[in-house]
Write a new protein. Sequence first.
Length: 140
Amino acid sequence: MAYWVIEGLLARSPRPGYQPGWESLVPREQVDAWVEEKREFGVSSILCLISNDQLPLYRRALPQGLIAYYEEVGFEVAHLPTYDGLTEPYTPEQYEQAWHYFQELPKPVLVHCSAGYDRTGRVIGHIMQQMNENGRFAIR
């Protein structure tokens, strides 16, 4: 399920196939259903925060990888990977990179990590702080 942070501009969501508990391989059908739901929601771009240790969960279903698959199905994509469960998952430079990605990606942008809370919340918080401080930003 996707949720608007700012309707028509910024959304958040868990990754395809996310379920609480032990991580397991994600079947293609779950990824396709996730993609269709996000298209219907109106998403144009994805800022993916999941780390490279979580991407293999998609390798059996998507030999080209999740990021490439997002691009193949028509999303603009930026990938800012970091590990889950860190007290401070991002450096100041990475937060600025997330802001840059948000400015450059076609809107609306969906941000997701694994569950769509910790890493996603931090990046969305930074984006919103930058929007407030700058008072404007370029929308493509």
